[in-house]
Design a protein around this ligand. Sequence first.
Ligand code: PRP
Length: 212
Amino acid sequence: MIHELSNPVIKTLVNHLREIKTDALRFRHIVQELARLLAYKALKNEPLVSHSITTWQGEHSFDFIQEEDLLFVTILRAGLPMIEALTALFPKASSGFLAMKRDEQTHQSVLYYDRVPSSCEGKTVIIVDPMVATGGSLSDAIALMKTRSPEKIISLNIIGAPEGLEIIKQKHPDVELYIAQIDKKLNENKFIIPGLGDAGDRSYNTPEKLNQ
Ligand code: PRP
């Protein structure tokens, strides 16, 4: 199921990302903030486990998310600020990295790096990638993660096109996808309109693609 987080704070942050003058440092900072806001929403029903801790009034039990059961998976490289923010929230969670490059001719995603545990049994896999354009990269990443038998898969995304989100809905109806903003459409080059450019290029100052 797709959940769009329509909220004035989130809209404002996304719209700052659209501004071309927003530099790479602020761009990554906003992406991190949005990753945290998406996570708060996506983990609202996460089970809590009671742990005994030493407080200023001695030993007491309090509820915590079982961080060790969380596995964040990012698709390089635009997802890096997102995983950075989430591992700061949950330092005991583990992380996995996939690299997929969109072939600019065929618009298909190609996997060329995979550092995700081969078994993910019992894990809540949280895939993070700022952009869902055609949905190809995300759909492939979800399919790959499903082969590793996690407990469930959640996707956190910042901006997406209806076309790509429809693909995810059709191919992976069991995945809960939380997205900050669903934009109007894809253009003929499969870029999100109005979008924010290429999140990887915006984050890491690789301007050769910024004017496309
Ligand atoms: C972008 C983005 C997604 C993908 C979305 O990555 O971060 O991974 O494109 O497109 P899709 O839905 O059509 O598959 P890109 O390939 O530009 O790599 P980058 O993160 O290194 O910039």
